[in-house]
Ligand binder design. Structure first.
Ligand SMILES: C[S@@+](CC[C@H](N)C(=O)[O-])C[C@H]1O[C@@H](n2cnc3c(N)ncnc32)[C@H](O)[C@@H]1O
Ligand code: SF4
Length: 380
């Protein structure tokens, strides 16, 4: 079997900036010229094809920002260029992240015609008051309407919710998630609200004007989430991602399984194996500076670091333990020769934080609650 390989395309614009979000997303009230961006994406893709020639593309992901603000023609031009530069698997997973406003849903047919076969919709909440305080520009009814259109147009549809929000109670989340599960197809991303530094939510939090469930309370939210999704047949395959077995996001699995992918567009990251070493490549974040760099040199790469075997192994451990399937211990050893300390593993097993099966090491549900600590202990 050939190794999977993904292409990530970052669209860095949104209609408004949500107060909790620290993704590389920008608002341009004066509008942007999509033609300039298409030219730059096509050029940067050609550059990445020289870094990862001949790889078979098994997944493509349009992320953001808000990729559902892209014209369908822009998406089509990018997909065409990808298939000119690399062989694309017949059954490639092609995902686009969409915001659930009616204007954006009107473009779904165009995306489908361009080749997109999976949509990930940012519903965030089914409660209107919460959507308002999250700064969202849609209601729950609009989100559900967009979801229903998406389900008709695409083979696969997932949606995102944010929980452990200000003022949210466990019974309220139980009800909201139970309702969400009735609308879910076979994949859900459920994120605990994170207070990201330098966001408006961080300022409110620091001033004591925003509180969120933390510590034990946050754990209760997490465990309730696992319980409800497990019984609905959508167990978590990653800390925040749930799917019916077989319906996992193949593209996102690449990241957690330590596989290669090329990321183009402002702020995108790549992991590309060259001459036996893994390269971590980062693209400049500012959309305008990126356009200029690509026009001048064919790419907007600002950093290209060849990871040491030790850094590569640490990354595999860090990402892999987020997955329910965990990591392949033999593969970890092949990366930097490391053998995990057996006594330490036995202690962690006795504490119910990890388990070992068929040459794999996995974090348990409880282990994934303290993943940062676990990884520090295992990497030591
Ligand atoms: C790239 S973002 C957004 C996609 C799309 N622009 C949207 O907002 O619907 C991917 C997801 O990350 C989640 N997210 C962003 N910031 C978060 C935060 N501070 N805490 C928890 N989840 C967050 C949201 O659920 C969001 O849908
Ligand atoms: S959450 Fe989505 S819509 Fe909101 S600012 Fe971030 S990327 Fe844009």
């Amino acid at each position: 079997m050939t190794e999977p390989f993904g292409v990530y395309v970052h669209w860095p614009f949104c209609l408004a900036k949500c107060p909790y979000c620290d993704f590389n997303s920008h608002v341009r009230h004066a509008g942007i010229n999509q033609g300039d961006f298409v030219t730059a994406y096509l050029a940067e893709l050609a550059h990445f094809a020289t870094l990862a020639p001949g790889r078979k593309v098994t997944s493509i992901f349009f992320g953001g920002g808000t990729p559902s603000l892209m014209a369908p023609e822009t998406v089509a031009a990018i997909l065409n260029r990808i298939s000119e530069l690399w062989p694309v698997a017949q059954d490639a997973e092609i995902t686009l992240e969409a915001n659930p406003t009616s204007v954006e849903a009107s473009r779904f047919s165009g995306y489908r015609a361009a080749g997109v076969n999976r949509v990930s919709l940012g519903v965030q909440s089914l409660d209107d008051a919460s959507l308002k305080s999250l700064g969202r520009m849609h209601t729950a009814a609009e989100a559900l309407a967009a979801l229903s259109i998406a389900k008709k147009k695409f083979e696969r549809v997932s949606f995102d919710l944010i929980y452990a929000r200000q003022g949210q109670t466990l019974p309220a989340w139980r009800e909201e998630l139970a309702s969400a599960l009735t609308h879910a197809q076979d994949h859900l991303s459920l994120y605990q609200l994170t207070i990201e530094p330098r966001t408006p939510f961080a300022a409110l939090y620091a001033a004591g004007a925003l509180t969120v469930p933390d510590g034990e309370k946050a754990e209760e939210f997490y465990l309730l989430t696992q319980e409800l999704c497990d019984s609905a047949g959508l167990p978590s395959y990653e800390v925040s991602n749930h799917a019916r077995p077989g319906a996992e996001s193949r593209h996102n699995l690449l990241y957690w399984r330590g596989r290669d992918y090329a990321g183009v567009g402002p702020g995108a990251h790549s992991r590309i194996t060259q001459d036996g070493g893994k390269h971590a490549i980062a693209i400049r974040k500012s959309p305008e500076a990126w356009l200029e760099a690509v026009a001048a040199s064919g790419h907007g790469i600002e950093q290209d670091e060849r990871l040491s075997p030790q850094n590569s192994a640490d990354e595999y451990l860090l990402m892999g333990l987020r997955l329910a399937e965990g990591i392949d211990v033999t593969r970890l050893k092949a990366i930097d020769g490391r053998k995990l300390d057996d006594t330490r593993l036995q202690q962690l097993e006795a504490q119910g934080l990890v388990k070992r099966t068929h040459g794999r090491l996995q974090a348990t549900d409880t282990g994934r609650l303290v993943l940062d600590r676990l990884i520090v202990e295992l990497a030591a």
